[in-house]
Structure formats: C-alpha cells, structure tokens
Design a protein around this ligand. Structure first.
Ligand SMILES: CC(C)(COP(=O)(O)OP(=O)(O)OC[C@H]1O[C@@H](n2cnc3c(N)ncnc32)[C@H](O)[C@@H]1OP(=O)(O)O)[C@@H](O)C(=O)NCCC(=O)NCCS
Length: 160
C-alpha cells in the first residue's frame, strides 16, 4: 500500500460505523459510545473538534482515523488509530501530516496528548513525529489502572 495515495478527508456521519468498528478491533484504541462518537461530529459547543479519516482511494475502506480538540494555540490529540492490517505502512504518519497542515491554518502551535504507559508502540509512533514526554499522570487510566504519559509537540519542530 502507498500511504501517499490514501485519501485523507474530514470524517463524515457515514464514517462513524466503520470508524467505531475499526476502534473496537484494537484494544489500545478509544472505545467511545455511539453518543460520544456523534458528539465528535456535532461540535455545537467548544472546544471545536477536528476528525479525519484515511481511506483507500478506490474502495473507500476506512483504514485509520484521528480526533483532535482545538484550543488555539494548543490542540489535544484525543485519538488516533490505524486498522491492524494497515499498521506500519505510513497511514498514521500521513494522517498526522494532513492534520498538522490543518492545525497550522487554525493557529495551533502545540499539540499534546496522553498515552497509556504500556502503549510503547504508540509512544514510539509519537516520538517518530517529534513528540517528547512532558509529564506523567499517576493512575490516570482505569481497566486496567495505569499511568498516563503526557507528550507534547511544537508544530514548528515537527519531523516530516
Ligand atoms: C499508533 C498507530 C496509530 C501508528 O499508526 P501506523 O500507521 O501503524 O504508523 P506509521 O506506519 O505511520 O509509523 C510511523 C513511524 O512510527 C513508529 N512506529 C509505528 N508503529 C510502531 C510500532 N508498532 N513499534 C515501534 N515503532 C512504531 C515508527 O518509527 C514508524 O516509522 P517506520 O515504520 O518507518 O519505522 C497504530 O499503531 C495504532 O493504531 N495503534 C493502536 C491504537 C493506538 O494505540 N492508538 C494510540 C492511542 S489512542
């Protein structure tokens, strides 16, 4: 697969079912309720959310997604996930590159996120983009209880 040829576009209501199915298939992805997913697209109250999907250009199959909340000059990456069969092929990197361009136009300078201490693959992914650890929240996650690692990225210093 050529990640550069993927279609990266705004998440639509029609994407919610495949996006939820993709997330449900990954233990590390957020397992939000249907109402929480609908709220991502509703964005009636602040903070404004931005949600993107990466889809195969021909079949339209959703291979990955991300959700951020915008609080310029900051943004929080709330979720990012790529289908297990499409991982490690540049989909996550491509999604984030498109996001970074959108964030810059929205006057965002810094992105932050929380990640489970045990999710070393995601931490490695974030580091590959230029994120660095900025702190730790003890016992932040439930089921199982676990620390959150806080990571931050200045978009000006993002690795291409
Ligand atoms: C984290 C995740 C989104 C990365 O997406 P991806 O499309 O597989 O990542 P990419 O192929 O774009 O990888 C870019 C770089 O990140 C790093 N990376 C990605 N996955 C990695 C892994 N499993 N182990 C180590 N490094 C990894 C590598 O440096 C990689 O570059 P390389 O392949 O040239 O070495 C994906 O693994 C995923 O969906 N994981 C499950 C859900 C999750 O944990 N989400 C984050 C918490 S909400």
């Amino acid at each position: 697969m050529n990640a550069g040829g993927l279609q990266v576009r705004a998440m639509l209501a029609a994407d919610l079912e495949p996006v939820r199915a993709l997330a449900e298939g990954l233990p590390e992805a957020p397992h939000w309720t249907e109402a929480a997913w609908r709220a991502v697209l509703a964005s009636r109250c602040p903070p404004r959310r931005l949600a993107l999907v990466a889809a195969e250009p021909e079949a339209g199959t959703v291979l990955g997604f991300l959700v951020v909340s915008l609080l310029p000059p900051q943004a929080e990456l709330e979720a990012i996930a790529v289908a297990a069969t499409a991982q490690r092929q540049g989909v996550g990197r491509r999604l984030f590159a498109v996001l970074a361009a959108e964030l810059r136009s929205a006057d965002v300078e810094d992105v932050w996120l929380e990640v489970r201490a045990s999710n070393l693959a995601a931490q490695s992914f974030y580091r590959s983009l230029g994120f660095a650890e900025t702190g730790r929240r003890l016992g932040y996650y439930a089921d199982p209880i676990e620390d959150a690692i806080l990571m931050g990225l200045s978009l000006a210093e993002m690795r291409k």
